[in-house]
Design a protein around this ligand. Structure first.
Ligand code: C2E
Ligand code: MG
Ligand code: MG
Length: 659
């Protein structure tokens, strides 16, 4: 009894699996439900593709049969049968024609498949009735027509349902059964031979259906796999940009159809480049993988963070009822970085900034939304690591402005719009000019003179700083070649320039071309730059020092841990930031700082330059407290290259500023 029960449950199980499109029990490929649903969708769309033609053929066949049986005693039942079959076929054909126009679904449920199989069975049963009910009393012509129809229906049905074995069986089995009953009622040898042939053809047909359906299922699976690969980021296993764009498109479609609002969160890792530079790419990769899993844990179940660039992630938050929900998720993203990361046995601190746009408020095209999200992110990053910002209309203006400036700056060197001006350093001991700082200027054809504070950040963001920085070095060295031997030139360096070791080659070449001693070239770096980039800057900085180039620490006092760097790097000079010089005569604490920096520097045997000296009082005070050199409008504003020689030759500085 137990055996019987077990066999019954096993059979039911087989049939259920066959129904569900799982062909593994019959030698086909094994699938999980998600893939099976996708395969069912493909099968269904193929059958729906044929169905209009098939239904027309059914209606046609039913009418032909009615005509063939016109003379038979079964005329009336045959007519009723034909009308029912033709009517149902036309109805179903029209219905599937409409269904075909709706977009193909990605997933079809088991239930929909059951319905298809049931309909196939009903249609097959309708045809199975024909040989049983009408064959015996039909004329020999009528019998020939019934034989042809049954054969045609068997072959056509198997062909139409070739990808779905269970539907092919459901359709053909009743016809086989009808034929079997019909032939069995008649003892004629010819009919027995026909029965034998029907069994042979049926087996071949069924075998063909299974083989074809297996290969079809395998093809669909390969296609699913290929599509999955195209949409997946191989490193983090998050959806990639392709998948993100599709999600965004789908959200925009829903917005257009039903007004469903949504948010896009654009995330950018803060200082990821440094992680890569300091710890190497494998550690950078591991960091990204851990970041991905932390981010994914912050989202709602059905939503997936996508990795859309090196260190850029994005999320579409569908069905947004309150903007606060987007803010809440964004804050969760930021909070996910509060714990340090453990990478290759080391602790790494990370942070992420987030820009948020709301659709339709901030745009209703992918381009607008992403552009605005980018602008919001830009503003967030400017505030500092771990910041969240919603898009504001003002962002749009400033981002357009930035883009325009970027585009113009790209061609500025080629169009000869950049030039250098030089501002002297005055030695307070000798009252002589010891050198000049090269300061970059951009003469824009319509904007006029653009200050470096505006275009240097743009150049840094776009990477144009490398080209521009190289140009500055070459031009400064070439200009220096015409100056007396004891005069130096100081060139400002951006943090980004240390990412590119090619700058070393440029410097070597520029010094050689201009035939100048390396110690006459001074590189100015700011302490905030060192703070952010020390790790990655070390290689280039050390190579520069080996070359004999000197280093100055610019804007001293505006960063935090400068003293550490004074020990780490052999600076030749510290430049005290102009904010201290401006206030030192009115604010005692500023004076105290200036004094102690000067005495510290003298202990360390490092030269000191006071920046931004504008009054003789400031100059005199600096002289009293033994500052080495001064720079500022009082001595000279930055002058064009051809004004340098005139400045050097003017003796009036000695006269005016001598003690
Ligand atoms: P910085 O290196 O601290 O340059 C000193 C700035 O102070 C210059 O502004 C200079 O004109 C200004 N200055 C000099 N004396 C006085 C004074 O007495 N009073 C006042 N109020 N200002 C004075 P500038 O030329 O606008 O440059 C601004 C910043 O842009 C520079 O600060 C530097 O960080 C950056 N920069 C300039 N040229 C380059 C360059 O070629 N490459 C890079 N990466 N940055 C540059
Ligand atoms: Mg400077
Ligand atoms: Mg400075």
């Amino acid at each position: 009894m137990l055996l019987g029960y077990r066999m019954r449950t096993q059979t039911t199980n087989y049939i259920a699996r066959l129904f569900a499109g799982d062909l593994s029990a019959f030698g086909g490929p094994a699938t999980d439900e998600a893939v099976a649903g996708h395969i069912r969708a493909e099968q269904m769309s193929l059958v729906l593709g044929y169905s209009v033609g098939i239904m027309l053929a059914n209606a046609c066949n039913a009418i032909v049969l009615a005509i063939a049986l016109w003379q038979s005693p079964d005329r009336m039942p045959a007519l009723i049968w034909a009308a029912a079959v033709a009517g149902a076929a036309i109805g179903f054909g029209l219905q599937s024609h409409v269904a075909r126009r709706i977009t193909k679904p990605q997933f079809v449920s088991r239930r929909a498949m059951y319905r298809l199989v049931r309909n196939a069975f009903i249609l097959g049963a309708a045809w199975g009735i024909v040989p049983v009910a009408f064959f015996a009393d039909a004329s020999s012509g009528g019998q020939l027509v019934i034989t042809c129809l049954c054969a045609g229906m068997l072959a056509g049905g198997a062909l139409a349902f070739a990808t779905i074995p269970i539907a092919a069986i459901a359709f053909t089995a009743p016809i086989f059964l009808g034929i079997a009953i019909c032939l069995g009622q008649n003892g004629d040898l010819a009919f027995l031979l026909i029965a034998f042939l029907v069994v042979v053809y049926g087996s071949v047909l069924l075998r063909g259906v299974f083989v074809y359906s297996f290969s079809f299922a395998r093809r669909v699976m390969r296609q699913i796999e290929a599509e999955r690969t195209v949409r997946l980021d191989p490193l983090t296993h998050l959806p990639n940009r392709v998948a993100f764009n599709e999600t965004l498109d789908a959200a925009l479609k829903r917005l257009a159809l039903s007004g469903e609002e949504f948010a896009v969160l654009l995330l950018d890792l803060d200082r990821f480049k440094e992680v890569n530079d300091q710890f190497g790419h494998p550690a950078g990769d591991e960091f990204l993988v851990q970041v991905a899993s932390r981010l994914q844990r912050c989202t709602r179940a059905a939503e997936h963070v996508a990795r859309i660039g090196g260190d850029e992630f994005a999320l579409v938050m569908a069905n947004l009822t309150r903007p606060e929900d987007a803010l809440e998720i964004a804050e969760r993203f930021v909070a996910a970085f509060s714990e340090p990361f453990q990478i290759e046995g080391r602790q790494m601190v990370g942070a992420i900034s987030v820009g948020i746009v709301l659709a339709p408020r901030d745009g209703n095209t992918p381009l607008d939304l992403m552009k605005n999200a980018d602008a919001a992110l830009y503003r967030a990053k400017k505030v500092g690591p771990g910041t969240v910002r919603f898009f504001e209309q003002a962002d749009d203006k400033s981002s357009r402005e930035r883009k325009a400036l970027q585009a113009d700056l790209a061609g500025a060197i080629a169009r000869n719009e950049l030039f250098l001006v030089f501002q002297p350093f005055l030695d307070l001991g000798t009252n002589r000019i010891t050198g000049f700082e090269a300061l970059l200027r951009w003469q824009h054809p319509s904007r006029g003179l653009v200050p470096p504070s505006e275009f240097i950040p743009v150049a840094e963001e776009t990477g144009l700083i490398h080209e521009i920085g190289e140009w500055v070095i070459r031009r400064a060295c070439a200009t220096l070649a015409d100056w007396p031997e004891d005069i130096r030139v100081a060139v400002n360096f951006s943090a980004a320039q240390f990412h590119n070791t090619a700058i070393l080659q440029t410097i070597v070449q520029a010094l050689a071309d201009a035939r100048i001693a390396p110690h006459r070239l001074e590189i100015e770096i700011t302490e905030s730059m060192l703070l952010a980039k020390y790790g990655s800057a070390a290689t280039v900085l050390n190579a520069l020092l080996e070359l004999g180039v000197t280093l100055a620490l610019d804007d001293f006092g505006t960063g935090f841990s400068s003293l550490t760097y004074l020990r780490k790097l052999p600076f030749s000079r510290i430049k005290i930031d102009q904010s201290f010089i401006r206030d030192m005569l009115v604010q005692p604490d500023c004076a105290a700082i200036v004094k102690s920096v000067i005495s510290l520097a003298s202990d360390l045997r490092i030269g000191v330059v006071a920046e931004g000296v504008e009054t003789t009082d400031q100059l005199e005070y600096l002289r009293q407290i033994s500052c080495d050199e001064v720079q500022g409008y009082l001595i000279s504003r930055p002058v064009a290259a051809d004004g340098v020689m005139a400045l050097l030759e003017t003796k009036k500085y000695r006269a005016i500023y001598a003690a």
